[in-house]
Design a protein around this ligand. Structure first.
Ligand code: UP6
Length: 371
């Protein structure tokens, strides 16, 4: 799989979200994930809009964003969802779940953030053991059938759906009602076939009509007007399936993830293939012939333009940085995750493009394609 192209791997991928992501990467010529560690929700949304064209994944830590709006229809998650459809990227909440199965199910689907409603991808710190992976998989399956039910029966937004995960037994009826809704609009108002796409392939263009009310407030510069076209031309909206990444290796100095621990993560992934789409790791972890997991790697920085390759080392707090050519080219990682390398640059948009080009070039070289 290290030599196979993303398009070849997409053709074989059985996980719906992995299939979608691999096609998106091929179409956008991007294997870049932005780690959007910014202080507030307003910045988060304008960042998603500005950098959206360069990335395939937008990674959040919702709990370090001040002013995160939890409303399922008009809140930060829903707004990110609209931007994800507009630019063609997936949302990855880097929650690193790390508790017993029952607790992680609730953290994933309920509470304030209702992460599952807006994050296509989440990850798990597998310290509690394999059952926590299975618990998240079950929660996602349950959620998926609720979405199915809502879509098929065209449940009007706002109608509570009986749901054991969401029924928290409190008296806040309005919150329960709101929480039972799905923040994303039902799929596809109409499809037309067009001829866009970089490779001149015939692809389907889906036009979506925004179905949650726009909030006309200067706090939300990215509120989307009704009827506005939302989808990146060339690919349909993401499937409703959710995906999990297992944190199998870390970028930080002195971390406790031993090779044995990493092997256990690989086993857990193989045992939960219809939910686990890949790893957070420092290179590919596809070691068995049947493995085709997607590896995403944090701890990435490029030295400033013109400086020596080895100029970038760490952040003084344990973070260790490598370059895209080392991680994607030599170690076989698929997607680079970049935060401060882009965010702290004078011109983040241009810097995101520089990272995209470098990581894509490393991928082309690795897979023996012309660069
Ligand atoms: N992250 C790591 N290393 C890991 C796992 N996750 O850095 O092993 C996450 C951090 C941060 C991002 O939580 O959000 O990736 C890296 O940010 P940076 O590029 O600004 O260092």
């Amino acid at each position: 799989t290290v030599k196979a192209t993303f398009a070849q791997r997409a053709a074989k991928a059985t996980h719906p979200l992995a299939n979608y992501l691999l096609r998106l990467m091929d179409l956008k010529q991007s294997n870049l994930c932005l780690s959007a560690d910014v202080p507030n929700a307003r910045e988060l949304l304008s960042l998603a809009d500005a950098i959206g064209p360069s990335i395939v994944i937008f990674k959040t830590h919702y709990d370090l964003v001040a002013g995160w709006d939890y409303h399922p229809k008009t809140g930060t998650g829903a707004r990110l969802g609209a931007l994800a459809r507009k630019h063609g990227f997936l949302i990855f909440e880097d929650r690193k779940f790390g508790d017993i199965g029952h607790t992680v199910q609730l953290q994933y689907t309920a509470g304030t953030a209702r992460i599952i409603d807006w994050a296509h991808i989440v990850n798990i710190n597998m310290i509690p053991g394999k059952p926590a992976v299975k618990a998240l998989a079950d929660a996602a399956k349950h959620w998926r059938s609720r979405v199915n039910y809502e879509v098929n029966t065209s449940v009007t937004v706002g109608t509570p759906v009986s749901d054991s995960f969401n029924d928290n037994g409190d008296d806040d009826e309005e919150a329960d009602k709101v929480g039972a809704m799905h923040p994303l609009p039902p799929p596809t108002q109409h499809n037309e076939t067009g001829t866009t796409g970089r490779k001149g392939s015939i692809v389907s263009i889906t036009t979506l009509t925004q179905s949650f009310e726009p909030v006309d407030s200067p706090r939300f510069p990215n509120a989307i007007a009704e009827g506005e076209e939302l989808v990146y031309p060339g690919i349909e909206e993401p499937p409703w399936e959710r995906g999990l990444l297992i944190l199998a290796q870390m970028s930080s100095a002195g971390n406790y993830m031993t090779p044995e621990y990493t092997r256990a993560c690989q086993e857990a992934a193989r045992e939960n293939k219809d939910f686990v789409m890949g790893f957070i790791a420092q290179g590919t972890l596809n070691t068995e012939p049947d493995d085709d997991f997607i590896s995403m790697t944090p701890g990435v920085q490029l030295p400033p333009e013109g400086a020596e390759e080895d100029a970038v080392m760490g952040d003084g707090l344990g973070q260790q940085y490598n370059t895209p050519s080392k991680l994607v080219g030599d170690a076989g990682s698929d997607i680079i995750i970049v935060g401060r390398g882009i965010l702290k640059a004078g011109a983040p948009r241009a810097e995101a493009e520089r990272y995209r080009r470098r990581a894509w070039k490393a991928y082309l070289a690795r897979t023996g394609q012309r660069t």
